[in-house]
Design a protein around this ligand. Sequence first.
Ligand SMILES: O=C(O)c1ccccc1N[C@@H]1O[C@H](COP(=O)(O)O)[C@@H](O)[C@H]1O
Length: 204
Amino acid sequence: MSDSLFIKICGLKTERDVDTAVEAGADAIGFVFSDSPRRIDATTAAGLCRRVPEHVLTVGVFRDEPLREVRSLADRAGIRAVQLHGPDDRAYYDDLATGGWTLIRAAAFGNQVPRCGDMGEDILLLDAPVPGSGVPWDWTGKPPAAPGEKWLLAGGLTPDNVRDAVDATCPWGVDVSSGVERSRGVKDPALITAFITSARDRCP
Ligand SMILES: O=C(O)c1ccccc1N[C@@H]1O[C@H](COP(=O)(O)O)[C@@H](O)[C@H]1O
């Protein structure tokens, strides 16, 4: 992981896209294990993880999956972090913490601003109400999280809007899926590279 803006590229399914994200400087790459056009199985993810150097965090994305499913998929794939889109249950997080994974809690930004650590997570992801939809939320209204918190901005980011979004919200990092695709579920290597370049523009 680098000290500059942390960048996660999510929903990768192919060797070409993993290699592109790593070479372009991604800090984390995500594999979706929930219902989605980006879903892959544990065997495919394990093969892709073997291509990823140690300094890049491999993340499994789950939505309201039973604990035993999360544990089984994460173990078989060999990922190092789990991104949880529900349930917001402290016991669920405490259980997964014993597995040694970095815990990323995804929450929709609303009237109540979640705090990183409320569920024992290591990183908070503030997302649009429908994850993976490519629809941005209004990040201009008020500070999404306290300065210094380890939080990722996600939801409808693209190479064209990521720089403004970072300037407006000062997140610890950013996360993208739809905005680097040429069609739903199909990544575009040129967009992956363009996203990382734009996000880091004027950043250390
Ligand atoms: O990508 C999906 O289909 C998905 C499915 C289930 C949970 C999360 C999912 N994606 C996450 O959504 C955000 C933002 O995505 P986008 O850039 O708006 O398309 C990202 O964290 C993905 O990991």
